[in-house]
Design a protein around this ligand. Structure first.
Ligand code: GLU
Length: 355
């Protein structure tokens, strides 16, 4: 073969390889990572210390730290905020929801991953579950150990979150949280340990599925209304009505309820004892508030079980709402969304049985 023929054959092979590579690139799902901060982006001076700075690592550095992640999807990263999730605000949540809705409306975006601190992850997940208007996968992910720790959990969590967001089988299951191999639903999961890697549990409803090094298996489809079936639309929302959570305990001070009302609360969630209970003086204070038009939702400080209507408290007579399965922090989110327009307590009760 002449040199010219060899060169032209090599050129043809190179063109073929480049065409194949670009076809493979096009076939991979397109996932956008929206970073908000948290321990997954945290850094400490040594690998074994408990103290660290949350949100110190950028999204690009996080992606670069996970081998093989780019084989799962074409990934683009955007920094939405860089806070420990104790500083998560409704401003950031609204920015996130609006950005996700904008991105998922594009045919060339297949799924979203949100990196987030674990402290308030369940609140943002539940908020997005009600505010996102798409069936495409939206997955929140975090870590319990900073990126610099010995046995950091963030890289595999991020890998599995991308694998779920890129998975057509994750479609239509509402907003999901992927941590430590478990796929959980926004309605039911809660943080159960201040320090353990296996912190998120869904005590009443169980797992949506599992991801083992990115190989996903699904067990459940969350039954509650979410995303495309949700009636809540935050497109034009800039601010929410004030809703406070008051923690009940033995010999609880009823004036905390009066103080919330005096400070302009439109709604109050009681993290009640047992089945959403509070002492007689607090019941009276709550009833006074309800008569003034403040919506009182009885939830529970107990981590599992639901709060039933008219069980030990006469909700019909006092004008209260029972939170059903929502814990206080999620009940607050639903109540804030519910209070965006005038609704009766009967209508609000119905929302708590639906979302
Ligand atoms: N307070 C931090 C946060 O929520 C630590 C918890 C975590 O991310 O694991 O961002």
């Amino acid at each position: 073969m002449t040199n010219r023929k060899i060169v032209s054959k090599l050129l043809a092979i190179a063109m073929l390889l480049s065409a194949l590579a670009s076809a493979a690139q096009q076939k991979k799902p397109n996932i956008v990572i929206l970073a908000t901060g948290g321990t997954i982006a945290g850094a400490a001076a040594t690998g074994t210390q408990a103290g660290y700075t949350s949100g110190a690592v950028t999204i690009d550095a996080m992606i670069a730290a996970v081998p093989g992640i780019k084989d799962l999807a074409n990934i683009q990263g955007e920094q939405i905020s860089n806070v420990g999730s104790q500083d998560m605000s409704f401003n950031i949540m609204l920015t996130l929801a609006k950005r996700i809705n904008g991105l998922l409306a594009k045919p060339n975006v297949d799924g979203i991953v949100v990196t987030h601190g674990t402290d308030t992850m369940e609140e943002t997940a539940f908020f997005l579950n009600l505010a996102v208007k798409s069936d495409k996968p939206v997955v929140l992910v975090g870590s319990m150990r900073p990126s610099t720790a010995v046995s950091a959990d963030g890289p595999l969590n991020l890998y599995e979150a991308i694998a779920v967001a890129a998975d057509p089988n994750a479609t239509g299951r509402g907003v999901l949280v992927v941590m430590n191999d478990w796929i959980e639903g926004a309605h039911s999961l809660t943080k159960t340990s201040t320090t353990a890697v296996q912190t998120f549990m869904s005590p009443l409803r169980g797992l949506v599925g599992v991801s083992a090094y990115g190989k996903n298996d699904y067990y459940n489809n969350p039954e509650w209304k979410h995303t495309t079936a949700s009636e809540f639309d935050v497109t034009n929302v800039a601010k929410f009505p004030r809703v406070d959570i008051i923690f009940a305990c033995a010999d609880m001070s009823p004036d905390l309820i009066d103080a919330a009302v005096a400070n302009g609360a439109a709604g109050i969630v009681i993290a009640g004892v047992g089945n959403g209970n509070m002492n007689k003086a607090s019941l009276e204070a709550a009833e006074r508030a309800a008569k003034k038009g403040v919506v009182i939702v009885r939830s529970s400080r107990v981590p599992t079980g639901s709060v039933g209507r008219n069980v030990e408290v006469n909700d019909d007579e006092m004008g209260f709402v029972a939170s059903d399965e929502l814990n206080p922090q999620k009940a607050r989110i639903l109540l804030m969304l519910a209070l965006l327009k005038p609704r009766t307590t009967t209508q609000i009760q119905e929302l708590f049985l639906t979302y």
